[in-house]
Write a protein that binds this ligand. Structure first.
Ligand code: ADE
Ligand code: ZN
Length: 335
């Protein structure tokens, strides 16, 4: 296998990172205290107990139940800033050069935190990452698929100023996948695109849902990228299309193991995707919950696919730069 030093030095891009998923237990409890937030009685009450819970989740929903309770401690603009800034400083040391990060405005607006407070906190951290760490960034708002589409349309309206001025440059779709297929959100994607025709589009699909969720996200939501997309492996025609149309899958190996999508990283279809020339990137999803940031995901992958040489890793990194949403000039710098 290649060395950890080699993996660290690679110019890595992250495309699948939920900022709320970077909330470490040792920040969660102090923030709860700072903001006077009482956690539910059944929620672990100490850093140790919470860290123990994070060692395994039954499935996506089991994780989401904890994740949404955790987000309740985020209230003020500085909370959002602090959270994102802690992430950027951590991954700057791991060789991250470009980050396209997700956030879930509805998990905050539903508690009365204005979308402007959330967006400003996060975008200030993005700006500082650019200026002080040389990490280029894009901020992507995700709609929660368990929220009714009419409510999601309201969220898009509330986000209008940030969609218009480019503070938010992408739209995604996350949360419980299977009960909420992509076709429910056609109008939402259309509405957001109307506000800014340059908006970049993605959606979680094929994590627990079938390959049809991937196909429908492409055809009905007009996304140009797919988050996870693992179950694309069961549809040969789709596989050919992903390669032909250069649709990048933003894969998250440690997440898939922690949420028991697979029992080991080696079971994931990375080799098949490489052989089929399907572009993918390697990402951490919710690193505070899944036991590793971007470098740990690269390392886990290298341990599971030890025959990948420098050239193979070079191709993975090149695909992930080319699939990024930064402009051509920045891509040229990164290549
Ligand atoms: N929200 C945060 N992480 C997620 C994931 N992996 N899938 C769906 N929704 C999420
Ligand atoms: Zn995700």
């Amino acid at each position: 296998a290649v060395s950890v030093e080699f993996l660290k030095e690679l110019p890595k891009c992250e495309h699948h990172l939920h900022l709320e998923g970077t909330l470490e237990p040792d920040l969660l409890f102090p923030l709860a205290k700072r903001n006077g937030i009482e956690l539910p009685a059944e929620f672990p009450q100490s850093v140790e107990e919470l860290a123990a819970k994070y060692s395994q989740f039954r499935d996506l929903q089991d994780f989401l139940d904890y994740y949404y309770i955790g987000t309740n401690v985020l209230v003020k603009e500085e909370d959002f800033f602090d959270l994102a800034w802690a992430y950027f400083t951590k991954v700057a040391k791991q060789g991250l050069v470009h980050a396209e990060v997700f956030f879930d405005p509805q998990s905050h607006t539903s508690r009365g935190v204005p979308i402007a407070v959330v967006t400003r906190g996060f975008s200030k951290a993005c700006e500082r990452a650019q200026n002080e760490l040389g990490i280029s960034t894009e901020l992507i708002m995700c709609l929660l698929r368990h929220v009714e589409p009419e409510k999601c349309l309201e969220t898009i309206q509330e986000a209008t100023p940030f969609l218009k001025d480019g503070t938010i440059s992408g739209l995604g779709l996350d949360s419980a996948e299977k009960p909420f297929p992509p076709e429910l959100f056609i109008e939402c994607y259309e509405a957001a695109t109307k506000i800014n025709p340059d908006l970049k589009l993605t959606a979680h699909a094929g994590e627990e849902g079938s390959s049809a969720y991937v196909v429908n996200s492409l055809d009905l939501l007009q996304v140009t990228r797919i988050d996870h997309g693992i179950n694309s492996q069961h549809d040969e025609e789709l596989m050919a299309r992903l390669s032909r149309e250069r649709i990048m899958l933003t894969m998250c190996p440690l997440s898939n193991v922690k949420l028991q999508v697979v029992s080991a990283v080696g079971e994931l279809p990375f080799q098949r995707f490489l052989d089929a020339d399907i572009p993918f990137s390697v990402n951490s999803d919710d690193p505070a919950y899944f036991g590793g940031y971007i470098l740990e995901n690269y390392i886990a992958l290298s341990e599971s696919f030890p025959h990948w040489d420098h050239q193979t890793w070079g191709k993975i990194v090149k695909n992930s730069i080319e699939g990024s949403w930064c402009d051509a000039k920045r891509k040229q710098q990164l290549l």
